[in-house]
Design a protein around this ligand. Structure first.
Ligand code: ZN
Length: 85
């Protein structure tokens, strides 16, 4: 999994600090990482044809501002597009 992109620098949109931590993993108290899913067949019981991707966050190390992204969204979008046909 390619979550770290150290070559990218970014500036916090709230406070202008450059102390932004990129693509941190999200976790919750159940130790499962929150995910976004797109189901190719949402009505199906057994095979819903699901594509899942983890959420990652960019967090400002100065003010704490947090932006959440879906990691590698391209596959999700491909599945999403198939739903509209
Ligand atoms: Zn900030």
């Amino acid at each position: 999994m390619t979550t770290a992109r150290p070559s990218e620098t970014s500036v916090c949109p709230k406070c202008g600090s450059e102390k932004v931590m990129k693509h941190l993993a999200l976790t919750d108290t159940n130790a499962d990482s929150p995910q976004i899913e797109v189901a190719g067949d949402p009505e199906a019981i057994l095979f819903r044809d699901v594509v899942k991707r983890q959420l990652v966050a960019d967090v400002c190390g100065k003010c704490g501002f947090c932006e959440i992204y879906v990691n590698e969204p391209e596959e999700l979008y491909k599945k999403y597009e198939t739903l509209r046909r």
